[in-house]
Design a protein around this ligand. Structure first.
Ligand SMILES: *[C@@H]1O[C@H](CO)[C@@H](O)[C@H](O)[C@H]1NC(C)=O
Ligand SMILES: *[C@@H]1O[C@H](CO)[C@@H](O)[C@H](O)[C@H]1NC(C)=O
Ligand SMILES: *[C@@H]1O[C@H](CO)[C@@H](O)[C@H](O)[C@H]1NC(C)=O
Ligand SMILES: *[C@@H]1O[C@H](CO)[C@@H](O)[C@H](O)[C@H]1NC(C)=O
Ligand SMILES: *[C@@H]1O[C@H](CO)[C@@H](O)[C@H](O)[C@H]1NC(C)=O
Ligand SMILES: *[C@@H]1O[C@H](CO)[C@@H](O)[C@H](O)[C@H]1NC(C)=O
Ligand SMILES: CC(=O)N[C@H]1CO[C@H](CO)[C@@H](O)[C@@H]1O
Ligand SMILES: [Cu+2]
Length: 583
């Protein structure tokens, strides 16, 4: 079928951008009447309190000594209130029981080096609550016998049997299982640097819809010996995960996802990017939180399918970053704004005692699609409201001069260099049909086979007009530089023909302007935004960053890992490739 498509690289026309954004954010009034979409600008903002998700500890404390723990976490279909004035929404939610399940799911708190065993239980009845597309590579072509799910702990370093391989999915009561399914219980050894992770569904071809339905939650690994001396704000009140995403709703409260694809004759449902017009934080649309005049730590996870957020406080409060994705950075980095791509995590301190006003709005000004799409409007430009109590508080927390220093990325020990090119393909009506890494589908034989414990350099070449957040399972990476391609049309032509960066002389084309990596993103990362028309050089470590040693488990065994674009609509169709660790 693909041969009948025009396999040409996408040149995003202004027209296309209009059609993408109009299909999601400003549908014609007639389609609203028939679909009964909620006009989000009619929802009053800042009326719901910011919830704290329930906490689950991934360890027991026996006589003062932490011990490993086994958890059973289910996935349930239930109703969830996203806004005071919206009817309850049918969602898929993680939790210890149906009653306790939430969107996002409970925050799991784990301890460095203490094993957490999780048995993920699929309790979802058949038939998906959202439209999906059987013509892209998908776990099952029918969901009448159950919903395929599999959990990936994003940022986790563990055996690939516990990594949530896209083909290790399973339906309710394990009635149907994917080809690489092995174990009911996953082992998270937590033997890695402390920081922020998140768990989410990763089933082949259904990731975008399963997350949209609510299968998302945060996971924190703590390492008291390293973190307590830092003196950062801590405790449930002052150290909070905020999980952000965008959704659209129908007037009956259900989540709206377009059931018609942008190339309906090829893919009946698949659309290149999902954008919602309501901004949700911890499961509430535009919530508000009353805070004290002191420092807070916010660990913000961007769990949008495709929306980028460029966050800032309208009253000028500075953000002092302490981590990038899962890892602490070397020293705090201040900024006025932070750009968070899908699935990236930003971890910062804000000091409300520095506020001159008693209200601070956390706002967003990232165009969508990022970077060349439409500007945000009144609503998508707002995230949440903080009401600051008037009296100054005693605040014993601090922002230290230094945070955590990990061994530097040692380029002299690099064992392999790889080129990863991002391609987008369009139909003869110039609409994107699918995207590939290195021109290959997910099920083509594995080409990325790093050695356990090794360090590699990857040149990520973005040949599309979109910014794609690249996520690597297991490995962590540092961004070394981002260089614009010169004579990029010539290079793109060559790549389209022969798909070989070296033969197409990538080094002669990577001579354009360089864009600096912001200080707050100079640490070890799991995801980075790959700029369109640029070559981004990253150094990837396939070992622990905190000890600079290889893995304590056999990373070469099991179904293996993956790397992919974290725009979920792209990952599903099929901007994802296998990653196999070898000895
Ligand atoms: C759904 O997508 C189709 C195809 O791109 C588009 O024509 C239609 O306007 C979209 N519907 C809505 C309500 O956005
Ligand atoms: C939504 O409501 C606002 C405010 O009433 C109005 O300006 C806007 O045109 C409406 N949007 C749509 C798509 O109907
Ligand atoms: C998965 O099961 C196999 C045998 O069935 C066992 O050897 C292995 O340790 C298990 N892996 C995990 C991560 O529990
Ligand atoms: C979330 O990630 C999406 C997809 O990468 C991105 O478009 C959006 O800007 C991010 N939002 C925030 C707040 O970072
Ligand atoms: C933040 O904004 C202030 C005032 O506009 C400016 O003086 C300062 O340099 C900015 N800080 C950073 C880190 O960009
Ligand atoms: C980390 O380990 C690698 C080999 O495993 C070695 O080449 C490198 O020098 C080490 N780096 C540091 C900073 O110790
Ligand atoms: C080499 C390449 O594909 N460059 C494209 C990247 O994206 C820009 C738009 O941001 C295009 O103009 C380039 O052609
Ligand atoms: Cu992408």
């Amino acid at each position: 079928m693909e041969k009948t498509l025009l396999l040409k690289l996408l040149t995003f026309s202004a027209l296309l951008l209009c059609s993408i954004t109009s299909s999601s954010s400003s549908p014609s009034s007639s389609s609203i009447d028939t679909l009964k979409l909620v006009n989000a600008s009619k929802l009053e903002i800042f009326v719901d309190e910011l919830p704290d998700m329930p906490k689950i500890y991934g360890y027991d404390v026996v006589d003062g000594v932490p011990k490993s723990k086994s958890l059973k976490i289910g996935m349930f279909k239930k109703k969830w209130k996203f806004h005071r004035d919206l009817p309850p929404t049918t969602v898929y939610a993680y939790g210890l029981s149906k009653r306790k399940a939430t969107v996002p799911g409970p925050t799991i708190e784990a301890l460095h080096r203490i094993d957490t065993h999780v048995t993920w239980q699929n309790q979802l009845p058949p038939n998906h609550i959202l439209p999906w597309d059987p013509t892209i590579p998908t776990a099952l072509t029918k969901t009448t016998h159950g919903i395929p799910t599999v959990v990936h702990l994003h940022g986790g370093i563990h055996h690939s049997e516990s990594d949530g391989n896209a083909n290790s999915w399973f339906t309710s009561r394990y009635k149907i299982k994917g080809p690489t399914w092995t174990n009911k219980t996953y082992l998270y050894s937590n033997n890695q640097h402390p920081g922020n992770l998140w768990y989410h569904d990763h089933a082949m071809g259904l990731t975008r819809v399963n997350l949209l339905a609510g299968l998302i939650g945060s996971y924190i690994i703590r390492h008291p010996k390293i973190e307590s001396p830092l003196g950062l704000p801590h405790g449930d009140e002052y150290d909070r995960p905020l999980v952000l995403f965008d959704r659209s709703f129908k007037t009956d409260g259900s989540i709206y996802m377009n059931s018609t694809g942008n190339n309906p004759s090829i893919h009946p449902q698949w659309q290149p990017e999902y954008f919602g017009d309501a901004i949700i934080v911890n499961g509430k649309a535009w919530p508000s939180l009353t805070v004290r005049r002191r420092k807070y730590r916010f660990r913000i996870i961007n769990a949008s399918n495709a929306r980028f957020f460029r966050l800032f406080f309208t009253n000028g409060l500075r953000l002092v970053h302490v981590g990038s994705d899962s890892a602490y950075i070397r020293k705090p980095a201040a900024s006025n704004k932070t750009l968070v791509g899908p699935s990236e995590i930003t971890d910062f301190i804000v000091d409300f005692s520095k506020s001159e006003s008693n209200v601070a709005i956390l706002a967003n000004d990232a165009p969508y699609p990022y970077p060349s799409g439409d500007p945000v409007d009144e609503l998508t430009g707002k995230v949440m409201k903080f009401t600051i109590l008037p009296d100054k508080e005693l605040d014993t927390s601090r922002i230290p001069k230094k945070l955590v220093e990990y061994p530097v990325a040692d380029l002299s020990s690099v064992s392999q260099t790889r080129y990863i090119a991002m391609y987008e393909y369009t139909s003869n009506i110039d609409e994107p049909t699918h995207l590939y890494l290195n021109g290959k589908p997910y099920d083509a034989p594995v080409t990325e086979t790093p050695k356990a414990g090794s360090t590699e350099v990857w040149y990520v070449i973005n040949l599309t007009d979109d910014n794609h957040p690249l996520h690597i399972h297991l490995g962590l990476f540092k961004v070394l530089d981002q260089t614009e391609l010169v004579k990029s049309d010539e290079f793109k032509d060559c790549m389209t023909k022969i798909n070989d960066a070296v033969k197409c002389h990538v080094d002669e084309h990577a001579r354009g302007k360089k864009v600096a990596v912001p200080n707050y993103e100079k640490g070890w990362k799991n995801v980075f935004k790959m700029r369109p028309g640029f070559v981004t050089k990253i150094v990837v470590r396939f070992g622990y960053i905190h000890t600079n040693t290889s893995y304590e488990f056999d990373a070469t065994a099991g179904p293996g890992y993956a790397y992919h674009c974290h725009i979920l609509d792209h990952e599903d169709n099929a901007m994802m490739r296998p990653l196999k660790i070898v000895k």
